[in-house]
Design a protein around this ligand. Structure first.
Ligand SMILES: [Zn+2]
Length: 141
């Protein structure tokens, strides 16, 4: 699925968030989501001295949504990575959500669109495509 103008605007919101808060080894990823009611939330990752305490940018953006609106559904979500100081490519690029974030996004909206990198550039895919055969308490096989 190719990107819309709204998708490109959402990528820019995520990029602006991490450009503003980038801190080497601590804040390197930004995320933005648009709810099914059209409201946009952004977040940056929270790295930690103990790596297992880290929180992804998508989770922070989702937490902003839940705090302000409650369950509003996720129309689309994207994460972007800021380059480290030594990297020659200074652009912010779209990255795929990690496995834990795929679970989280699916749980809050199984119909969410996710903007991900592909050989053809950034494309939109359904979260279910990124998490086939997700764990479920239901017997659905
Ligand atoms: Zn993640």
């Amino acid at each position: 699925m190719s990107l819309t103008e709204a998708d490109r605007a959402l990528i820019e919101v995520a990029a602006a968030a991490i450009r503003q808060r980038y801190r080497n080894d601590w804040q390197e990823v930004g995320a933005a989501l648009v709810t099914r009611t059209g409201k946009i939330f952004a977040g940056v990752n929270l790295d930690a001295y103990l790596g297992r305490m880290a929180v992804c940018a998508e989770g922070v953006a989702l937490g902003q949504m839940i705090t302000e609106l409650g369950e509003a559904g996720i129309e689309s979500i994207v994460a972007v990575r800021h380059p480290k100081p030594h990297e020659t490519d200074r652009d912010v690029h779209v990255v795929s959500p990690c496995g834990a974030c795929r679970e989280l996004i699916y749980d809050y909206d199984p119909g969410a669109r996710v903007l991900v990198p592909s050989p053809d550039g950034v494309v939109a895919v359904g979260i279910a495509e990124l998490l086939p055969n997700k764990y479920s308490r239901e017997r659905n096989l």
